[in-house]
Design a protein around this ligand. Structure first.
Ligand SMILES: *Cc1c(COP(=O)(O)O)cnc(C)c1O
Length: 232
């Protein structure tokens, strides 16, 4: 697995897609999703110049942030149980997956205790798939309004994880819908809320996501190869 070559290839595809749709490539940041992958693999990515690493499991994020000395910007992108939020304090620059007020309140409490402010995205489930987390499209605005009242949180935008669509054109409406929703929420001009970030797009569909306005693409398999089943 040549991680440096894969990163170069993805970055090149990001730049080309931006060029084709008239966007500035600097607006699109690559989150290298390393869940289930060993520490050495993350180190290889950092050595190759990658700066943002995405993790989905709290235990793994703790282990890797403890072991890896090289500077990195860690993002948490997975489902987060409220009682585990405290372990992320001081370790993550952005949590992509805040999907309910109780979780936001716990993050607010834990970051507040540490005298810090957490940057978060609100995860929206646009497809209503029961297996996926996320506020519904209807709930999203009121959830952001409620979170805006929490002093130790800053909402930076929205995140979504659409259903897997083999036909890439079928996924495009979800990305477009997320951008529309962000626009609608931005128009409310809530305190502590900006809608600058749209976290959308994975290995197979990040180009479509970029065409629809993604600012953070979360790419795992195309950089690190297929994943093993989740470790217990
Ligand atoms: C695993 C994961 C990704 C990366 O998926 P790939 O298909 O491997 O690129 C992106 N986002 C989330 C939320 C994930 O859990």
């Amino acid at each position: 697995m040549d991680i440096a070559a894969n990163l170069t290839d993805i970055r090149r595809q990001i730049d080309a897609t931006c060029h084709d749709c008239g966007r500035n490539p600097d607006e699109v940041r690559l989150v290298a999703v390393a869940k289930t992958k060993p520490t050495e693999v993350v180190e290889a990515a950092l050595t190759a110049g990658q700066s943002i690493i995405g993790e989905s499991y709290v235990q793994e994020l703790i282990a890797k942030t403890d072991q890896i000395q090289a500077p990195a910007e860690w993002h948490f992108i997975g489902h987060l149980q409220s009682n585990k939020a405290k372990y992320l304090v001081g370790r993550v620059a952005l949590i992509h997956s805040v999907d309910r007020l109780s979780l936001a309140q716990e993050i607010d409490r834990q970051w507040g205790k540490a005298g810090q402010t957490a940057n978060i995205l609100v995860q929206v489930n646009l497809s209503q798939e029961a297996s996926k987390s996320g506020a519904t499209e209807e709930e999203a605005e009121s959830l952001v309004r409620a979170i805006a009242a929490l002093p130790h949180l800053r909402v930076k935008g929205l995140m979504t994880l659409p259903p897997y669509c083999p036909d890439l054109e079928e996924v495009r409406p979800y990305f477009r819908q997320l951008r529309q929703l962000a626009k609608q929420i931005a128009a409310c001009q809530l305190p502590n809320v900006t809608m600058d970030e749209l976290s959308m797009g994975m290995s197979h569909d990040f180009r479509i996501a970029i065409e629809e306005g993604a600012t953070l693409v979360r790419v795992g398999t195309a950089i690190f190869g297929a994943r093993q089943p989740r470790p217990v």
